[in-house]
Write a protein that binds this ligand. Structure first.
Ligand SMILES: *[C@@H]1O[C@H](CO)[C@@H](O)[C@H](O)[C@H]1NC(C)=O
Ligand SMILES: *[C@@H]1O[C@H](CO)[C@@H](O)[C@H](O)[C@H]1NC(C)=O
Length: 480
């Protein structure tokens, strides 16, 4: 007898059985993965899902519904030109709507929003950036209901950082960190004036970052610093760009931001503090806030870079001087002989007083290493260099009364970029024109004379050495 061979029918049945077993196991394992990270079911509830709902009844609420009631009104919590915190801001077909029955409670929209186009100099260009009805409108609750319909709006929940800017000034490490990020956090943190020196705050992390005018690849800087800063300070933020914005526009339905921190460079330029310092991030310093406002961001970034928060807190440890050299850049460099004399002078101070002196070129360093350079040092810490992006790292320094930034300019030239940034953190800043030094409030006006960007910036090494000595040995009644 031949061994029994399975019939065609049996094969089909076995196959079906196998497929259904596979199917059910895959469903089970998928739902296992969904549920696993959530806390296990409590004895009082039938499943993990209902536990989650009990913990947060808003989990699946995707809409703000108004039905027969009024459309909930927008509330502007804070506004200085270019920087606003707004609750319930509506966006419909690409237009931003403020719903308010009393328009007198709403600031001038030109101080909040613009056309978000490229910023060119001149009054005509400035006027052409002013927002129109196709950009932002104030409507009352009756008009809102006619426009948005009777049902409601889709909710973009949590805090969203919304940047209405052209790509022009996004990518650069300085503009990202010391303007967009600085201004955003200074504005948002005005809601918590009790941020501690540890950076502890009750503010929730922003959930989203929206750029309605730039492509996704336009925010990363070539040295990857922007990426590191974003992912270390807001690890779970999601980002949207112009494509996503267009998707929402095309859907033709209203969206409502639960809370936005709105940044608009063109609107910020209308402020007195911008005219004065040429920095958009100077404007929100008009809002209330904690003196420790930046510590939340600084501390998360430096911990991400693998460092201890106490690093640099000792007032007795060895003074450290770091000179960030731009000599290999071929733009905005010191006269070569002055650079050599400066290095020699710094090494003389090191040998005479036992200080630590670092002469570094940032382009040869990794990201975390750059941050560590600004943090790992002592309370007697001086960072110096020619005006340029490398000085942006001062935002990671520990502000103490002796912490100092020294910036070299071509004589007659000056820009507030690092001066204002240092001062806003409580760090002393000294500018140098060869042998002459100056500090706030006696700073010169912004000027970019011939030679500012050149490669023959003079510096008097001995004058710099003398200031270093004075700063390091500065006696302080408070902590000495
Ligand atoms: C809204 O404005 C319209 C006029 O444009 C007016 O008829 C209506 O009463 C206003 N509604 C509210 C609630 O103020
Ligand atoms: C800040 O939070 C940390 C960690 O939760 C805590 O150890 C520290 O004591 C807090 N600092 C202040 C000043 O509340």
């Amino acid at each position: 007898m031949a061994p029994a061979t399975p019939t065609r029918r049996e094969c089909v049945l076995v196959l079906l059985l196998l497929v259904s077993i596979l199917y059910y196991t895959s469903i089970r394992s998928r739902s296992f993965f969904v549920l696993a990270p959530i806390s296990p079911p409590s004895p009082h509830s039938p499943s993990a899902i209902s536990t989650l709902q009990e913990q947060d009844p808003h989990v699946y609420e995707t809409r703000l519904t108004w039905g027969t009631s009024e459309v909930p009104q927008t509330k502007v919590l804070a506004n200085v030109p270019g920087w606003s915190i707004i609750d319930k801001l509506y966006v419909f077909k690409g237009v931003v709507y403020i719903v308010a029955n009393d328009p007198d409670t709403v600031p001038d929209v030109a101080n909040m929003y613009s056309k978000g186009i490229e910023i060119l100099p001149g009054k005509d260009a400035e006027d052409s950036r002013l927002p129109g009805d196709e950009d932002i409108r104030i409507i009352n609750t009756t008009e809102a209901k006619e426009l948005f319909g009777k049902t409601g709006a889709a909710v973009i929940d949590g805090v969203t950082y919304f940047v209405n800017d052209h790509p022009q000034f996004i990518r650069h490490y300085y503009h990202w960190s010391a303007e967009l990020y600085f201004g955003f956090w200074r504005t948002y943190s005005s809601l918590d004036p009790s941020i501690s020196a540890d950076g502890n705050t009750t503010l929730p992390q922003p959930r989203h970052m929206f750029f309605n005018r730039i492509d996704a690849f336009r925010w990363r800087d070539p040295t990857d610093m922007n990426q590191l800063i974003l992912r270390s300070s807001f690890p779970d933020v999601t980002m949207e760009f112009n494509d996503d914005w267009d998707d929402r526009v095309k859907m033709g339905v209203p969206f409502v931001f639960e809370r936005v921190v709105l940044a608009d460079r063109s609107a910020a330029m209308r402020a007195y503090n911008f005219q004065r310092y040429q920095r958009t991030a100077a404007v929100p310093f008009g809002l209330p806030g904690s003196v420790n406002w930046w510590m939340t961001i600084r501390n998360s970034v430096i911990q991400f870079a693998g460092m201890d928060l106490d690093e640099g807190s000792s007032t007795t440890s060895r003074p450290v001087i770091t000179y960030i050299s731009r000599q290999v850049w071929g733009r905005r460099t010191l006269r070569e002989e002055d650079h050599k004399k400066l290095v020699k002078e710094l090494y003389r101070l090191r040998d005479a007083h036992g200080w630590e002196v670092n002469v570094v070129a940032l382009e040869q360093m990794g990201r975390a290493e750059q941050i560590r350079l600004a943090v790992r040092t002592t309370a007697r810490f001086i960072m110096m260099g020619v005006h340029g992006n490398g000085l942006t790292n001062l935002i990671w320094m520990r502000p103490t009364p002796r912490t100092t930034v020294i910036e070299f300019f071509f004589p007659g030239g000056f820009a507030h970029d690092y001066e204002f940034t240092a001062r806003s953190l409580g760090i002393a800043h000294y500018g140098f024109w060869d042998a002459q030094s100056f500090t706030s409030p006696d700073t010169p006006v912004n000027a970019y004379p011939e030679g500012f960007q050149g490669n023959s910036i003079p510096i008097d090494a001995e004058a710099v050495g003398r200031l270093c000595y004075d700063r390091v040995t500065l006696s302080l009644e408070v902590d000495d």
